[in-house]
Structure formats: structure tokens, C-alpha cells
Design a protein around this ligand. Structure first.
Ligand SMILES: NCC(=O)N[C@@H](Cc1c[nH]cn1)C(=O)O
Ligand SMILES: [Zn+2]
Ligand SMILES: [Zn+2]
Length: 477
């Protein structure tokens, strides 16, 4: 069933107001991974709750309890559950998104303040933290709902919504809620026929995509400590075991410069690709130039597009993220830091799971540390994790999204697996027993998690049309 022309016109006519609303959302620095911003994640939950209620959604804020972050006990931001429509003749679609964002500081290299949405004067890019990941897509749903509310037009499907504020920090508390309310005992998630998540990106900058796979994740923090306080390197250099030296050595044993994971057994868990599978990657609209443009430099690990795509979609990867406690200021401080914590994560693919991989990681780190004969102490923490997910892309949920993409973009979508992770995806699929679709709004060069994150104006506006059209197509597949 095509979306009404009136809806498509409404989106075009209200584009500036939609961008203003995105600007209001970006202005709330809802960084879930920074305790000092926890109040902003709550503020963002209230803001979104008000917006949803204003377009006719019946909502409830669900308390997810408390958690410990950086040795501090914190209240988790609430999940927002919303619903609109309860017609037994219609399909019920669950929409998921997250209203928290990654940290961002102008000093990281942003050209503008990350929490002030800037509309680029010539190319129309909407630049600001969360514009693409994931406030833009959430607001896309709000735009669709606003049309139906303002015109009194009935939605073609029943909608349930689940929006969370901890996705960028492991979705703490959400799995329990989904399992409690979605296991078929009359809970809130019962009756859902399919799930749609708009929280990833096209592969390139020109071809819309539907996504049927995500990598899982396991995130570690390694702390090496020794002296009771920071030391003078002129006094203590070459006289004591230095925590930073031990840590750098350990971090250097994790991954080769060409991406091979050096922890025995981790890469080996993954079966090699079949020729048929390679043909899928070969058929995707992608080039080495795309990854170089998105990365902003000619640094691809391979000149072969299939290898690059498999590196992102069907192989695990290990990335080193940072060192807490290390000297990182300006100048030339001659310090030996007393305690340093290295952070790294592994993106997992089937059949890998955190339960299967974590013991290998821990045993390897302990044995490598033992080889140093260091008198420092090593403490290993597994901060959070999630399993990989792969869906049936021949399902009617994907067919509806394909038709919607063709209607809005006049193009067939790429079928992709995503290199990132959205931990709750697999929980929805397994607990609710329904198909989950990822329907991205933004482009491959949006710079999510990076500096100058943006969402192209056309992706926000046409993406809103796509989300609305998908609901209409769902009603008829
Ligand atoms: N848009 C999805 C996304 O960015 N997910 C994060 C999830 C995560 C887990 N730990 C920290 N963030 C990702 O990095 O893939
Ligand atoms: Zn996201
Ligand atoms: Zn993200």
C-alpha cells in the first residue's frame, strides 16, 4: 500500500520545523558513558517522552534500576515504552532507538560545538553529536507520527516503541526488561509481529541499505598498577617496573597492524567464507574510494573491496580505544603514571559470543603478563558485551522495507551486514521470536562516534518518508 501523497508533501513542507526539533534534541548532551552527564540523559528522556505524548503516543517511563560506572553507583536512565493503536486486524511493529550519545568535545577536533546543530550553508549537512546516531532516526519516527496526529489519519499498523538511554554504554538494564515483558506471559512486548531499528548507516553515500546482521561486542579494561603515586622518571626510570610499559606491551600483543587478532583461538572460531558468500560482497555497491572517503584518508587495509567488506561485516576485529591515567596533556611532563587502564574491544561474528571469547582473552592476557615477570599488578575487567545477530532477509519485514526504499529513493537497497553492535537486537529476535530489520537513515560517511558527526538534510527528510512509507508497505505485505 503506497504512503499517501499528502504525507510525503507534509514532510517536505515541515522540513525546517523537523530540523529545528533535531536541533533541540542535539542540544541536550545525553552522554551515557560520562557520569557527569547522567542528568542530561534523564533530561533527554523527559524531552522525548513529552514529544511522543504530544503526537498521541501513550507512554510510560520504566525504571531500569542502578548500575556501577567508574566505581560510582548511578541511576540508569529510564526506558521509554510507547504505544499507539491496538487494532487486532493490523500488524504490530516495535520501533527501537536510543536517545543517548557518544561523548564529544570541541577539543577532540570538531569544527563547531558538538551540541549545537549547525546546518552547513552549502551542502545542507546537519552537523552535531547524535544527528545520525541516533537522534535523527528517532525524530524521523516522530515526524511520521506528527503527520498522522495533525491530520487525524489512522496509522496503517499498530506501533509499540522502545527507546533507551544506555545503548552507547552496553544497554544496561534493557535485556532484563525485554525478557521480563516479552516472554509470552502477557507482558508489554507481547503481540509484536516484527521489529524495526533505524540505528545504522548506508554502506556508501549513494545507495540506501537494509541491514540483516550486526557484529557482537566484548569490551575490556586492563588496569596495571604498581607505585603508590606517580613517580619522577629521572629518579625512578630503570629502577622500578613501570605500569605504562607493562600495559603498552600487553596492548601490543592483542592485534597485528594488519588487523589479525593475536589471541589464540579467537580468529580461528570463524569459518572461512564460501565462494557464494564472497559473491554477495562482490555485488555490493562499494569501492575502496568509499572507505577512504569515509575515513578521510587512503588507509584501507586492502585494495580488494571484498576483503575490506568482509573485514567490516563477517570477520571479528579488535580495536584499541584508549589509556586512562596516562599523561595526555600539553608539554613534556616526565612522569611515570602510577596506575593506567587500557581499553579495547573485540567485535564478534557468529559463532563467537562473549561467553566463548572472554575466557580466551583473559587467559592470554594473564599468560602474557606472567611472561613480563613484572612486580606490578594486573586487573582485568569485562565492561560489557553482546552477541552478534543475523536475520532472515527474505522475510516480509524486509520485503516491505525494500518496497518502501524503491518507492522513496527509486533504487533497490543494498543488503548489508553492519560492523557495529546494537546489543538489544538479538534479545528482541530471540525473546520475541520475530524478525528484526535494520533500516538505516544516514550515510556511510556520517562520522558517527567521530568528530563533526552529521546527517545529510536529504537523508533526514527522505529518510522520514522512508520510515513512514515502510509502515504503509508493511500493512500490505
Ligand atoms: N549505532 C549503534 C552503535 O553505535 N552501537 C555501539 C554500541 C556500543 C557498545 N559499547 C559501546 N557502544 C557500537 O559501538 O557499535
Ligand atoms: Zn546508535
Ligand atoms: Zn553509536
Amino acid at each position: 500500500m503506497p504512503a499517501p501523497t499528502e504525507f510525503l508533501q507534509f514532510v517536505d513542507q515541515n522540513a525546517d520545523a523537523f530540523i529545528q526539533r533535531l536541533s533541540d534534541a542535539v542540544a541536550i548532551p545525553s552522554i551515557s558513558g560520562d557520569a557527569s552527564h547522567r542528568k542530561d540523559v534523564f533530561k533527554m528522556a523527559d524531552w522525548l517522552n513529552d514529544q511522543l505524548k504530544a503526537v498521541g503516543v501513550e507512554t510510560q517511563l520504566v525504571d531500569l534500576g542502578k548500575h556501577i560506572m567508574d566505581d560510582e553507583e548511578l541511576q540508569l536512565p529510564p526506558a521509554i515504552l510507547g504505544r499507539i493503536g491496538n487494532d487486532p486486524k493490523k500488524k504490530t511493529v516495535l520501533l527501537y532507538g536510543h536517545f543517548d550519545v557518544q561523548p564529544a568535545n570541541k577539543s577532540d577536533g570538531w569544527d563547531t560545538d558538538p551540541f549545537t546543530l549547525v546546518v552547513h550553508p552549502t551542502n545542507g549537512q546537519l552537523i552535531g553529536r547524535g544527528s545520525s546516531d541516533d537522534k535523527g532516526p528517532i525524530l524521523g519516527w516522530l515526524n511520521v507520527l506528527q503527520y498522522h496526529f495533525q491530520t487525524g489519519k489512522e496509522l496503517p499498523v499498530n506501533l509499540k516503541m522502545c527507546f533507551e538511554g544506555m545503548e552507547e554504554s552496553g544497554s544496561e538494564g534493557l535485556d532484563d526488561l525485554v525478557k521480563r515483558e516479552g516472554s509470552g506471559n502477557g507482558g508489554w512486548f507481547d503481540g509484536v509481529d516484527c521489529v524495526c531499528i533505524s540505528d545504522n548507516y548506508w554502506l556508501n553515500t549513494r545507495t540506501p541499505a537494509l541491514t540483516y546482521g550486526l557484529r557482537g561486542l566484548t569490551y575490556f579494561k586492563l588496569t596495571v598498577s604498581g607505585p603508590s603515586r606517580d613517580l619522577h622518571s629521572g629518579v625512578f626510570g630503570r629502577t622500578v617496573h613501570e605500569p605504562m610499559t607493562d600495559l603498552i606491551h600487553l596492548m601490543g600483543q592483542l592485534v597485528s597492524p594488519t588487523g589479525k587478532i593475536l589471541i589464540p583461538g579467537v580468529d580461528e572460531m570463524v569459518p572461512p567464507p564460501t565462494e557464494e558468500e564472497k559473491a554477495i560482497y562482490s555485488g555490493l555497491d562499494y569501492s575502496i574510494q568509499d572507505i577512504q572517503d569515509a575515513a578521510g584518508a587512503a588507509i584501507a587495509l586492502s585494495d580488494d573491496k571484498v576483503n575490506v567488506l568482509m573485514g567490516r561485516m563477517r570477520y571479528p576485529s579488535l580495536s584499541l580505544h584508549g589509556i586512562e591515567g596516562a599523561f595526555s596533556g600539553v608539554g613534556a611532563k616526565t612522569v611515570i603514571p602510577a596506575k593506567v587502564s587500557g581499553k579495547f574491544s573485540i567485535r564478534l561474528v557468529p559463532p563467537q559470543t562473549p561467553d566463548a571469547v572472554n575466557p580466551l582473552v583473559i587467559a592470554y592476557l594473564q599468560s602474557e603478563f606472567a611472561k613480563l615477570n613484572s612486580k606490578n599488578k594486573l586487573h582485568i575487567e569485562d565492561l560489557h558485551g553482546g552477541k552478534p545477530w543475523v536475520a532472515d532477509h527474505k522475510h516480509w519485514n524486509f520485503e516491505a522495507a525494500k518496497r518502501a526504499t524503491e518507492a522513496v529513493y527509486k533504487q533497490s537497497p543494498d543488503l548489508t551486514r553492519e560492523g557495529g553492535s546494537i546489543p538489544v537486537t538479538l534479545t528482541f529476535a530471540e525473546t520475541l521470536g520475530v524478525n528484526v530489520l535494520l533500516l538505516p537513515m544516514g550515510r556511510g560517511d556520517d562520522g558517527a562516534h567521530s568528530t563533526n558527526e552529521k546527517l545529510d538534510r536529504s537523508n533526514f527528510i527522505e529518510g522520514t518518508k522512508l520510515l513512514g512509507t515502510y509502515l504503509y508497505e508493511l500493512a500490505s505485505v
